[in-house]
Design a protein around this ligand. Structure first.
Ligand code: AMP
Ligand code: ZN
Length: 116
């Protein structure tokens, strides 16, 4: 748990969220400012500032995140039309919360990957 990290507090249940999934490695919860009908954040329970801090030692966590994303896409009804799974890193990536998280987005055509 990292001091003052909002996602650590959500994982710990200290800040309320709409939770979609939680196990010993990962948690998934509703993005507070959803940009698509389905906008779920999937995070490691342990604090890492971003994906760049995670490596071979976290292969189990990263594998679980990918697996849970696929399951939630099915559960939330976006698997047939398609969805997007992205993580932002650092300043150029536009990262705002410095606890690794992946955005699962779907439920409408998502447009180009990058703003033009
Ligand atoms: P990023 O720009 O990739 O760091 O994304 C951060 C995301 O966290 C944004 O989509 C925010 O809407 C979302 N967010 C910020 N605070 C909360 C919160 N308390 N609960 C859920 N999502 C949040
Ligand atoms: Zn954290």
């Amino acid at each position: 748990m990292s001091e003052n990290c909002i996602f650590c507090k959500i994982v710990a249940g200290e800040i309320p969220s709409k939770q979609f999934y939680q196990d010993e490695l990962v948690s998934a919860f509703q993005d507070i400012s959803a940009q698509a009908p389905v906008h779920i954040l999937i995070v490691p329970n342990q604090h890492f500032n971003d994906l760049g801090e995670m490596g071979d030692a976290q292969a189990d966590i990263l594998g679980r995140i990918a697996q849970v994303a696929g399951q939630l896409a099915v559960q939330e009804g976006v698997s047939s039309d398609g969805w997007r799974f992205v993580t932002n890193i650092g300043r150029h990536g536009g990262q705002e919360v410095f606890h690794t998280h992946f955005h699962l987005l779907g439920g409408r055509p998502l447009g180009p990957l990058l703003a033009r």
